[in-house]
Design a binder for this molecule. Structure first.
Ligand SMILES: Cc1cc2nc3c(=O)[nH]c(=O)nc-3n(C[C@H](O)[C@H](O)[C@H](O)COP(=O)(O)OP(=O)(O)OC[C@H]3O[C@@H](n4cnc5c(N)ncnc54)[C@H](O)[C@@H]3O)c2cc1C
Length: 476
């Protein structure tokens, strides 16, 4: 029997049991985060199907002084999408607002409800021969509202930017239940503050984004995918720059992986095949979009590879000849995080530095982490061209499977994060490149952020959400 509180009774009374879930089993999938690090509960999970209903829910919660955690696909990696105060919070899931309302192939825009799954938005664009370029490992599950609220990155930032760069307009439900209609399709609009940017990357702390106008792009006719073997990160970076220098905007992705990451993926994810007989010290995975004839670009790519080999930047290389081969190469990259999870506990970092500093970050970061926890295994991989690495630290091999030693390793999480973030800060970097702050990095943000900037953020929060209705206990 579920205990009814005044707010759950009122929610059920107004919206009915299809919208309002109160049973523990029904709520379970919404109250545990993707990593299983922040188990929680909620008074109810509420699943509105229109902007007007979202506004009604916000007003009802205000009357009952109940807080709201907005949720998309619940794939966030920093504990931002689950409640921190289960006794006075509901989860507001956008999953029933999943429509693609319009695709404008002339104006290159798309209007979606923010519960739309990212892969569905990509498919709707493709059906009109357009590209919506945001692409990330969770794209079959994450939703546009979550992508907006975390300012998601992924593999195509190099060419298209992150989510912030892919938005023209938003509709947002504010803390007092008002609806801000900023559903702008304009490419040029200089009429004061660009309010949409307040809500993008705000992690649901300032308002609930209900609809969005997204930018579309010409769809590449084809793609060339290459796996190149390099001796060190500096060679990877020089090679990436050689490609960008000669192919410019056609280079869509540039991912770097150390040997340990590739070997973990090959040994722990079923069905993956090694791209080359010996795993190189460093691998560079490149994707080049073909917007015209493939023949011409193939010749240029061959020439760049030959030149890079002659210059000693690249030791070996594989160019996918079919889309299946290309897929197989990407599956290795996409398998890295899952393989790392299967390989035992790891301490996470999602950081960025100015791109030119990446080799120094890898060298100094690796030395620092190995010193902080002897025997541990740094695994820096990710979006080289964006200066963004997932610089994770795997437990010492001999600790894996031993609960006491694993717990000892994980107990060092905070101390290791702090020392590593200080190194990143000294290089002019960021402690969160693409995953956001959520619960996980809240204290680190408070410790490392510019105090004036932090105070401004708090003023904004107090102005837009004076009663701390939206996503309390996250971000700031
Ligand atoms: C396998 C895997 C790979 C990943 N790869 C990447 C990657 O390459 N790049 C990257 O950037 N991230 C990556 N992520 C992280 C995650 O997928 C992204 O952060 C994604 O944008 C979250 O979307 P979501 O719909 O799941 O949001 P959720 O997890 O549901 O929510 C995330 C945050 O947004 C808020 N929110 C959600 N919807 C709304 C809304 N409509 N209005 C206001 N606030 C809202 C929530 O309150 C929360 O604070 C990955 C995750 C996984 C599991």
């Amino acid at each position: 029997m579920v205990q009814k509180t005044p707010v759950t009774a009122a929610l059920l009374d107004q919206f009915g049991p299809t919208v309002v879930l109160t049973e523990a089993e029904a709520k379970a999938a919404y109250t545990l985060d993707w990593r299983g690090k922040y188990p929680s509960d909620a008074l109810a999970v509420v699943r509105p199907d229109s902007t007007a209903m979202v506004a009604d829910v916000v007003r009802l919660c205000a009357r009952h002084d109940v807080a709201i955690t907005p949720q998309g696909g619940n794939t966030g990696l920093v504990g931002g999408s689950v409640p921190t105060q289960p006794r006075r919070e509901i989860v507001l899931s956008l999953e029933r607002m999943s429509a693609v309302e319009d695709v404008d192939a002339v104006g290159n825009t798309m209007l979606v409800q923010t519960g739309c799954i990212l892969a569905h938005a990509q498919q709707a664009a493709e059906a009109k021969d357009r590209l919506f370029p945001l692409s990330l490992g969770a794209e079959g599950t994450c939703r546009i509202g979550g992508n907006l609220s975390t300012n998601a990155g992924g593999i195509n930032v190099l060419k298209y930017g992150n989510m912030r760069d892919l938005v023209l307009g938003l509709e947002v439900v504010l803390a007092d239940g008002q609806v801000w209609n900023g559903l702008n399709r304009l490419r040029k609009d200089n009429t004061g503050y660009d309010l949409k940017h307040l809500f993008i990357g705000a992690e649901g702390s300032l308002g609930i984004i209900t609809r969005a106008v997204l930018k579309l792009f010409p769809r590449p006719r084809d793609r060339v995918t290459l796996w190149l073997a390099c001796a060190d990160p500096a060679q990877c970076l020089a090679t990436l720059n050689a490609f960008r220098g000669r192919l410019g905007e056609a280079v869509m992705a540039g991912e770097i992986m150390p040997r340990i990451a590739v070997e973990q993926a090959l040994s722990r994810i079923e069905g993956l095949r090694p791209p080359m007989p010996d795993t190189p010290p460093w691998s560079l995975l490149l994707e080049v979009g073909v917007f015209d004839e493939r023949g011409q670009i193939n010749e240029t790519i061959d020439a760049i590879v030959q030149d890079s080999m002659a210059a000693g930047l690249v030791q070996d290389g594989v160019i996918a000849q079919t889309s299946e081969q290309a897929r197989a190469l990407w599956q290795i990259r996409e398998g890295v995080p899952e393989a790392e999870t299967r390989a035992g506990p790891s301490i996470k970092h999602d950081v960025s530095v100015p791109v030119a500093m990446i080799p120094a970050l890898i060298e100094e970061g690796t030395a620092l982490l190995e010193r902080l926890y002897p025997g541990s295994r740094p695994v820096p991989f990710g979006h080289l061209g964006d200066g963004n690495l997932h610089f994770n630290l795997c437990a010492p091999a001999e600790a894996v499977g031993d609960p006491e030693r694993e717990a000892h390793f994980l107990a060092a999480w905070g101390e290791i994060n702090a020392a590593f973030h200080d190194l990143v800060g000294s290089m002019g970097g960021s402690i969160s490149a693409e995953h956001g702050i959520g619960q996980m990095k809240k204290d680190e943000l408070a410790r490392t952020a510019d105090p004036v900037g932090l105070a401004l953020m708090r003023q904004l929060k107090a102005t837009l959400d004076p009663e701390n209705r939206f996503n309390p206990g996250k971000l700031i």
